[in-house]
Write a protein that binds this ligand. Structure first.
Ligand code: RB5
Length: 146
C-alpha cells in the first residue's frame, strides 16, 4: 500500500496539461506521484486511464488517487465501478472538503476543462489535508460495498 504521501494520478488528453501541473505542484510539496498516463495531448480513451488508477486504489496499492478528464464525468463513472473506490468529482472547495469528511473519498476527480490551475491546486490541497470524520459516516460508507 502506498504511503499517505504517495498518490497515483491519471488523465486523458483533455486534462493532460492540468495533470502535469498538479504533478509538479504535489512533487514540490514532497508527494511521490505515480503517473499512470496519459503522457501527451494526443487523443486517448479516458476509460483506460481511469481503470488503471481506480484499480490501484481498489486493490490497496495506493490509498489515494487523482483522475482528470475534460469534464471529470467519464472518469467518475469509470472509477466508481470499482469496489472500495469512492471517487468525488469536485469543482468547489466545500465539496472537496466534505467528500473527505463525510465520504472518505479516495479518488479526487477534476474536470480539466472546468477548473483553472489555481483552483485545481486549492481543490487538491484541501482534499489531501482534510481527514475523514468517521463515526456514523463509517457505517454509511461501508454499506456502499455491502
Ligand atoms: C474527451 O473529449 C472528453 O470526452 C473526456 O475528456 C471526458 O470529458 C469524458 O467524460
Amino acid at each position: 500500500m502506498g504511503t499517505e504521501k504517495s498518490i497515483i494520478m491519471g488523465s486523458d488528453h483533455a486534462a493532460f496539461e492540468l495533470k502535469e501541473k498538479i504533478k509538479g505542484y504535489l512533487t514540490d510539496k514532497g508527494y511521490s506521484i505515480e503517473d499512470a498516463g496519459t503522457q501527451s495531448a494526443a487523443s486517448v480513451n479516458y476509460v483506460d486511464y481511469g481503470k488503471k488508477v481506480a484499480g490501484a486504489v481498489s486493490n490497496g496499492q495506493f490509498s489515494k488517487g487523482i483522475l482528470l478528464c475534460g469534464t471529470g464525468l467519464g472518469m467518475s463513472m469509470v472509477a466508481n465501478r470499482f469496489s472500495k473506490v469512492r471517487a468525488a468529482l469536485c469543482s468547489d472547495i466545500f465539496s472537496a472538503k466534505m467528500s473527505r469528511v463525510h465520504n472518505d473519498s479516495n479518488i479526487l476527480v477534476l474536470g480539466g476543462r472546468l477548473v483553472g490551475d489555481v483552483l485545481a491546486f486549492e481543490l487538491v490541497q484541501t482534499w489531501l489535508d482534510t481527514p475523514f470524520e468517521g463515526g456514523r459516516h463509517l457505517e454509511r460508507i461501508q454499506a456502499i460495498d455491502h
